[in-house]
Design a protein around this ligand. Structure first.
Ligand SMILES: [Zn+2]
Length: 395
């Protein structure tokens, strides 16, 4: 992801450690504001407004350096072309993930690169390998295509005249693709190369150990970048910091996932929940909500879960709609649910896919509780504190 940040794998991300950088985009709705650009292969493409600031900056800096308007327009066109390439890179990840049944919520362009928010990360190393490598593979394919175009046009000699900054437009784009492929294959999180490395190691050992190894390699890369950067380019020092934090985050997320996979849902769920019946009026459900802490109220008919209604929907209906309407008219049907015996990492993944703050827990279709995301975070904190206490002599 040359774009420093591209694919955003998002496994069951611990609620305490959201990823803000890109990489694997956080599943939660915390992308900030961005504008809808269009859809490609059914995937929404968005752009962050600061991207326009970048375009304006490129145009202005050309003009302020005494370049003519044509050069300034060419400069802007180049930036737009680079970001089109970044979108194709992200599509590479997204379409590879789709092959394994993983949807992508959207692709967002930021001035530092692109981010695709996958619904979840592939769990099998072979799948992660293909999803991670698909982005840089797109750049390699584009570079080959552009090389072919230059050859056909008889302009292949341009290639030798080019560098990343100057040179003919098509040749410049070809080098940009090569640059993006190489940069993203640096074996360090959050770049694609970090994931490729982890997946390769995970083919031979377990996932957590593979992540630790890949994170350590990434930190060595970060130290090397930082050291070289100190004597040359301050940007490299920034990238080094980014890579260092990426490694720590990835390692922590893998450990959290592993520790959640050992805990059943029953340990973190709330068993005394307020539920509504489908024909209950919205106003009555609103009263239950205001009297308690539940963000989501399960709707149950004869003990069987038939839907869920959220705090926002109920309050909106109370104010703007008909408070006397049956709650079944508001509720979401076909909501995902988990079983008490499922592991918390699977449950957290489903919870994040659902976009809600809690998920119903069922036994043979009958509702037995709710699992709120806060409880998972709380349980993790308690476990970490308990471990720390034991490590200090059991006090
Ligand atoms: Zn990528």
């Amino acid at each position: 992801m040359a774009t420093l940040v591209t694919m955003t794998p998002q496994g069951p991300e611990p609620p305490v450690a959201p990823v803000a950088t890109g990489r694997f985009a956080p599943p939660a709705e915390r992308r900030g504001w961005s504008w809808h650009l269009g859809r490609l292969f059914g995937i929404e493409v968005r752009v962050h407004p600061t991207f326009l600031v970048l375009l304006a900056w490129v145009a202005l800096s050309h003009l302020m350096h005494g370049n003519d308007v044509v050069t300034a327009v060419a400069g802007v066109a180049y930036v737009v072309a680079v970001f089109a390439i970044v979108v194709l890179h992200e599509l590479g990840h997204a379409l590879a993930a789709r092959r394994f049944g993983i949807a992508t919520r959207d692709i967002t362009l930021l001035p530092i690169g692109g981010v695709s928010r996958l619904e979840r990360m592939p769990t099998r190393p072979s799948e992660e390998l293909l999803v991670a490598i698909a982005g840089p593979a797109v750049n390699v394919a584009l570079a080959a295509l552009l090389w072919g175009a230059l050859t056909v046009l008889g302009a292949a000699s341009d290639v030798t005249r080019l560098n990343l900054i100057g040179g003919p437009f098509v040749a410049k784009l070809m080098w940009t693709n090569i640059g993006l492929a190489v940069f993203n294959l640096i074996p360090a999180f959050p770049m694609d190369g970090g994931r490729v490395l982890r997946a390769l190691v995970a083919l031979r050992t377990d996932y957590v150990r593979a992540t630790d190894i890949a994170a350590s390699v990434g930190q060595v890369v970060a130290i090397a970048f930082g050291f070289v950067g100190l004597f040359s380019n301050p940007m490299l020092v920034l990238i080094a910091l980014f890579v260092w934090v990426g490694a720590q985050h990835e390692a922590r997320a893998a450990h959290v996932r592993a520790s959640l996979s050992e805990i059943p849902v029953s340990r973190a769920m709330i068993s005394s929940v307020v539920a509504a019946s489908p024909d209950e009026p919205v106003s009555s459900v609103a009263r239950h909500m205001l009297a308690g802490f539940q963000d989501d109220i399960p709707v149950v008919e004869g003990g069987v879960l038939v839907g869920v209604v959220g705090r926002g929907e109920v309050l909106k209906a109370t104010i703007d709609g008909d408070p006397g309407a049956a709650v079944s008219s508001l509720m979401a049907r076909d909501v995902p649910s988990v079983r008490e015996t499922d592991s918390l990492d699977e449950a957290l993944e489903k919870l994040q896919e659902s976009g809600r703050r809690s998920i119903p827990v069922v036994r043979d279709g009958a509702l037995v509780g709710m699992l709120p995301v806060e409880n998972v975070a709380y349980l993790l904190q308690v476990r970490e504190r308990t471990r720390a206490t034991l490590a200090h002599g059991g006090l």
